[in-house]
Design a binder for this molecule. Structure first.
Ligand code: ATP
Ligand code: MG
Length: 276
């Protein structure tokens, strides 16, 4: 069964006295359990609004969002959906509250009323999942950005969600932190079949996705495998987006007469093409 089923969702924000901005326009989307979906799109295209619809933080004005068979508009599903769909945002500092890593990770399950011995187990397990167990007694504010973001993810995992929705989780990180966080989430997807919705402006983060969605002006305008999406250079450019650097490098070399396919996605693939 699909984990998310969005049908004809529209969303408006109030703007000024009696006008409004339509942030989502008739969006329909199905996300299967275990999928790794990346959402890209220009600033203001509606990515964050869509993310907030996924766990019921926002409700569509019309249309519906169904998570694991539960409509987000139904009040009785409010908490189950919040627990099942974990949200991770840009700034890890806003997501960490305690003075010690393990207290921070315990916060979510404590709020869910999980019994103390189970909390201890969950905290340990979640910190291990993000490879941060040895930092359990550290102060979160002294960690690197990538480590902080992994602690924030552990805090979500401790609530045992079915899905992670990450809204530009690497935007404030250096390249190493970006790599750490992406690797951690990819591993959760691969090894534990965690469903992932990953929003980013970094095209390179989309190359390993099962599916890439491109948003523009409140609509999903393109979707497919990374290879399908990133080989449509002209269409991407018309949306003011680029293919990943490696894909573009391959395309430039092809323009210069090298026999390289237009859809290489990784350094390894480009190397293979060049050695052919
Ligand atoms: N709280 C709000 N009040 C009013 N308008 C908003 C609000 N949040 C977003 N918008 C507007 O809704 C539209 C979609 O915004 P959204 O934040 O979903 O886009 P986004 O794709 O996440 O952009 P970015 O890449 O900058 O994060 C934009 O026109 C934005 O200005
Ligand atoms: Mg956003």
């Amino acid at each position: 069964m699909a984990l998310f089923e969005i049908k004809g969702a529209n969303f408006f924000y109030p703007s000024g006295e009696d006008s409004e901005i339509q942030a989502l326009k008739d969006v329909s989307l199905t996300i299967e359990e275990g999928e790794f979906v990346v959402i890209i799109g220009h600033n203001g295209s509606g990515k964050s609004t869509l993310a907030k619809l996924l766990n019921g933080l926002l409700l569509p004005a019309s249309g519906q969002v169904v998570v694991d068979g539960k409509n987000t508009a139904d009040k009785q599903h409010y908490w189950p959906i919040r627990q099942q769909v974990g949200m991770v945002f840009q700034n890890p500092d806003n997501q960490l509250i305690a003075t010690m890593v393990e207290e921070d990770v315990a916060f979510g399950p404590e709020n869910l009323g999980v019994p103390t011995p189970d909390i201890v187990k969950r905290v340990e397990e979640s910190l291990r999942q993000v490879d941060m167990l040895s930092y359990r007694r550290h102060a979160p504010h002294l960690l690197s950005g990538g480590q902080k973001q992994r602690i924030a993810i552990a805090g979500i995992l401790a609530m045992r969600p079915r899905c992670l929705v990450l809204d530009e989780p690497t935007a404030m990180l250096d390249p190493r932190g970006r790599r750490e966080v992406l690797e951690t989430v990819r591993r959760l997807n691969r090894e534990e079949s965690m469903t992932v919705v990953w929003i980013t402006h970094h095209m390179a983060e989309a190359v390993h996705a099962d599916r890439v969605l491109v948003m523009e002006d409140g609509s999903i305008v393109m979707q497919g495998t990374p290879r399908e999406v990133f080989s449509k250079t002209k269409l991407l450019q018309s949306l003011d987006l680029d293919a990943p650097d490696i894909t573009r490098l391959g395309q430039m070399l092809a323009e210069d007469g090298y026999a390289i396919s237009q859809d290489v996605l990784t350094v390894e693939e480009l190397a293979v093409e060049l050695c052919r």
